[in-house]
Write a protein that binds this ligand. Sequence first.
Ligand SMILES: Cc1cc2nc3c(=O)[nH]c(=O)nc-3n(C[C@H](O)[C@H](O)[C@H](O)COP(=O)(O)OP(=O)(O)OC[C@H]3O[C@@H](n4cnc5c(N)ncnc54)[C@H](O)[C@@H]3O)c2cc1C
Length: 398
Amino acid sequence: MYMKQEEAGLQQSFDRMLEEVRRIATDVAAPNATAVDAQARFPHETLAALREAGVLSAAVPPQFGGAGCNMLQLARLCATLAQACGSSGMVLAMHYIQLACLARHGPESDFFRQYLRDLVAHQYLLASMTSEVGTFGETRTSVCAVEIDGGRFVLNKDATTGSYCAHADAILVTARRNPQAAGSDQVLVLVRREDCTLAQVGSWDTLGMRGTCSPGFRLESAGPAEQVVPGAFADSSAQTMVPYSHILWSSLWWGIAADAVGRAASCVRGQARKTPGSLPPAATRLAEVSLQLQNMKQLWWSAAQAFDAAGVDAAARGQLLSMGWALRLNNLKIACSEAAPQIVQRALQVVGIPGYKNDTPFSLGRHLRDVLSASLMISNERIAAKSAAMLMVYKDAP
Ligand SMILES: Cc1cc2nc3c(=O)[nH]c(=O)nc-3n(C[C@H](O)[C@H](O)[C@H](O)COP(=O)(O)OP(=O)(O)OC[C@H]3O[C@@H](n4cnc5c(N)ncnc54)[C@H](O)[C@@H]3O)c2cc1C
């Protein structure tokens, strides 16, 4: 009975939060999306509104004061925001991925329990530094190492790509466990703004995802050793960072594609109003692209549901560490990152020149440029190579 009441309370607080995110998407993110993209600037207004509404702590478990949103709920929040501004959706997703690492792997330590409570109170924004000069997109290898002495850590890293690091309250940084450790023997370290200096290296003048503000950085940091996340990064990566990344990224790429199809649909409806009684020629292609959009949604929605179901079922939890689940997540990432640009491009075919222009209500340039990052963000080839190795021993049909 008590469980049911608690679940109903969490569902209600999620429904309210989704409503708030819809409002922020429409009233704040959408009107600023063009400027964010054109100026490659951080979506300050949107993040301020998300903070104000308490959305940044959605993934914090209720015992630390958060809304305790599950994977599907977080994915729906990211998808909703991305329909207005792809960069904002990506910032929210990346923040939730880092927050999930702390919420799922931190609570055995006093420091992280208090940090989660503080995050709820102050709505801290978390960034990520897994990439590194010399390892690029191979997140499971580090060159830099954390050094611990007298209860304090020192960690310096040259990251190739650090989204919104200059705007974040803290960064989760991967590093070798100590200077003698192998490249794959990594830990995750919470580096707070006040613990570090960041020197920007290079620029972030990209095709798309320009508002994520993701140049390279030289990080120099030092702080209390208790900020090293308990356990090995090998575990937090497999159990949390990879599933949250692939599912939340897929949901926000879908959000961008959904807005593109929405623009195409309103364009075709406008044509239909001019020729009552006959379907515009592009209407059939609109139907085709809406099918592809629905299929894409099904991929991330069902993966999120499977993840959430495993979370509450002890027997199923072990499946999240299986090769079959790892392959499913890899396939999800590759399928959604390939589908999103195809869907946006098909929407562009439906709209025609008004979509190709940058200044019409049907413009699709930003959408197309944003989703082109999807297959590069942890390169699909890199992921496919890992799946190929697993398929040498894994024999079940996917
Ligand atoms: C929008 C965006 C935001 C990002 N934000 C962050 C962030 O906040 N923090 C962070 O740390 N990183 C971030 N990244 C970087 C990202 O996580 C990877 O580090 C980056 O995508 C690696 O890019 P790369 O192409 O330079 O390197 P690589 O992955 O090394 O790829 C380079 C080339 O090598 C090929 N290749 C690599 N491995 C293989 C293989 N096994 N088989 C065949 N070909 C292979 C690739 O296909 C590609 O052609 C972000 C990236 C993007 C696009």
